[in-house]
Ligand binder design. Structure first.
Ligand SMILES: *Cc1c(COP(=O)(O)O)cnc(C)c1O
Length: 363
């Protein structure tokens, strides 16, 4: 019998969540963000299942885009960070990719390239730094950047984009400030605009504009640490399960796992599961982190090791070696698990390693 750790990916749920994003802004289109192997769900499979549904796909780098083209994905693919090396422009043109442009220095290199390589039909997304201070053109340089790119006959389409730093925290003022900074840039400019990541899609209708960029919400997880009304309409896309591989009785006073950090205060029945941090399960999952076995919740005890974890089966006498355990998914929200681990669902999903078998279902 093989080690039975698997991530079952529900492609129909991802399509549902994509439509849910689009239904928040009926006039807008949406780039389905499938960078980082579609947040661990498998970019090629996710793109195939959204093919003909999604208006475009978004990835972090050209390697991710080329993998999709090789798999036969024909939709537009946006490089969210644009090109790193000027050489990539050849591939961007050859494969009809859309590229973000986030600095004046990139525009210099683009202009020089275009002077030497006649082309047409480029689609560029001019990225503005509206306050996050990570990537993007300074608002004071926006007019210069916009007119330089507009002046190029090779550029068929120019979208203006920006990214939010705090859209997942509705009570803060930062997002209002970013939206205002963008409307100042856009005064008198006739452009299609894209501001909203999942948190923007879910909570900031005034930032919807023309193109949404939902990522995490496609996977049925939420960017909001404290919950959001729309979560009730999402469907979890991934259910991570493994098996009980051993069970033992441990006397009161004995410890379980590395560092002997968990000591049984009463005699306990301990189950060992085939999942650990080398699979991407967080080593920061503390004792008490929930798991679901035979439809019942129980908890991790002891430290997460590389290949195994231990759980409390004291009150689960029915559970046997071989039984399946859900680590997150349909019965246990990944947002809840992330909270226990003091992290966000993004790191849990994108951190799953290739040791985890992905199984696809589409219904
Ligand atoms: C990753 C990313 C997104 C998606 O963000 P989520 O929070 O996952 O929805 C959108 N836009 C840009 C530029 C990104 O890098």
């Amino acid at each position: 019998m093989a080690r039975n750790l698997r991530a079952e990916v529900n492609l129909a749920a991802i399509r549902h969540n994509y439509q849910l994003a689009k239904s928040q802004a009926k006039m807008a289109k949406a780039v389905a963000i499938i960078k980082a192997d579609a947040y661990g769900h498998g970019a090629v499979q996710v793109a195939k299942s959204l093919s003909g549904v999604a208006d475009a796909f978004g990835v972090a780098a050209i390697e991710e885009a080329l993998e999709l083209r090789e798999a036969g994905i024909e939709e537009p693919i946006l490089l969210l960070e644009g090109f790193f090396e000027t050489d990539e422009l050849k591939l961007i043109i050859q494969h009809r990719l859309w590229s973000a442009i986030h600095s004046l220095e990139q525009i210099d290199r683009l202009e020089a390239f275009l002077d030497a390589h006649p082309t047409e039909g480029l689609c560029l997304w001019l990225k503005v730094d509206s306050g996050m201070h990570r990537l993007g053109i300074h608002p004071a340089d926006f007019n210069q950047a916009w007119s330089r790119l507009q002046a190029r006959s090779e550029v068929a389409e120019l979208v203006v984009m920006s990214h939010f730093a705090c859209a997942d925290e509705p009570e803060r003022q930062d997002t209002y400030k970013q939206i205002e900074a963008m409307s100042r840039c856009l005064e008198g400019v006739d452009a299609k605009v894209s501001l909203s990541n999942s948190a923007g899609v879910m909570h900031w209708p005034q930032a919807h504009y023309d193109w949404l960029r939902p990522g995490i919400m496609l996977y049925g997880a939420s960017p909001f640490a404290d919950g959001h009304a729309l979560e009730a309409s999402q469907q979890p896309a991934m259910t991570l399960t493994t098996q009980v591989i051993a069970i033992r009785e441990v006397p009161a006073g004995d410890a379980v796992g590395y560092g002997a950090s968990f000591v049984c205060d009463v005699p306990m029945r301990i189950g060992t599961l085939a999942v650990g941090y080398a699979d991407g399960y967080s080593r920061h999952a503390p004792a008490g982190t929930p798991v679901v076995v035979n439809g019942q919740r129980t908890r991790i005890v002891g430290r997460v090791s590389m290949d195994m974890i231990t759980i409390d089966l004291t009150h689960h006498a029915d559970v046997q070696v071989g039984d399946s355990v859900e680590l997150w998914g349909e019965q246990l929200s990944i947002n809840e698990v992330a909270k226990y681990c003091n992290t966000i669902p993004y790191t849990l999903l994108s951190g799953l390693t290739r040791r985890v078998k992905r199984i696809y279902k589409d219904q």
